[in-house]
Design a protein around this ligand. Sequence first.
Ligand code: FE2
Ligand code: FE2
Length: 178
Amino acid sequence: MPSSEKLIAAFNEQIGRELGASHLYVSIATHFDSEALPRLSSFFYRQGEEEREHAMRFVKFIMDVGGRVRIPAVQAPQHDFAGGEAAVAKALESEQAVSRSIFDLARLADEERDLFARRFLDWFIDEQREEEATMSALLQVVQRAKGPSGLLQVEEYLSHRGAGPIESQAGPGGPEGA
Ligand SMILES: [Fe+2]
Ligand SMILES: [Fe+2]
């Protein structure tokens, strides 16, 4: 069953949001990179790559159902951050906005009775729960880590999480295991 034009258009918009999130994360990564904080920067560089992969999932879905991919203009990300806390808070805010847009897409898929789209979006709903949880945990740690060496404690925190907080994706019940 082909997806409706309306749904394809909404999915194309989402490609723009995922790419926007990717650019924001690269921007945040460079903030930490320039502060010589390697774990924080690599965490965000990887997040940037993941968001691009999310965009590509939408590209593939549109191709699979015979729609046309039309990548929209992507807004420039924020470049300057008042500090580490502001950068991570921005990341959490962005994830929450992406969650809302995924929920809107799921409602649209329901309205259109498009079960291919609806099932496809389940992965993203799980992913957003994980991403919001990871990002709010990181924000908590950053807020707790005060003083000149505060962010070094955050580096330590990330090192104890093995490959990085993104590991949460590979954890039991995570989207990767789905
Ligand atoms: Fe995403
Ligand atoms: Fe995300």
